[in-house]
Design a protein. Structure first.
Length: 95
């Protein structure tokens, strides 16, 4: 997320796709994650910039009680839609 924010600062178009367990970056409590204390700040800045998170549909949390409590814009996507996004990209970073 921090790297995506840096790329956006360079006035580049950025699409953030979260798959699998990465969707937990939108959990209310991210303190146990690497850079967990900074994640909320990164999310807020991305939200202000109008950058949505594309979320793999099958990875969306079923309970969702503490997930995306800040109401960050999300776009549910299928694996085929993720492949299309990657195919359209001039460059990409995968973690």
């Amino acid at each position: 997320m921090r790297i995506a924010l840096g790329v956006v600062a360079g006035e580049n178009d950025v699409t953030i796709v979260l798959t699998g367990r990465a969707v937990h970056l939108l959990d209310a409590d991210t303190d146990d994650l690497v850079d967990g204390d900074d994640i909320a700040k990164f999310r807020e800045t991305l939200k202000r910039l109008g950058i949505p998170f594309h979320i793999e549909k099958s990875a969306l949390p079923s309970d969702g009680a503490d997930w995306n409590a800040e109401g960050h814009p999300v776009v549910p996507v299928s694996p085929d839609e993720i492949a299309t996004l990657v195919g359209k990209a001039a460059r990409f970073i995968i973690f």
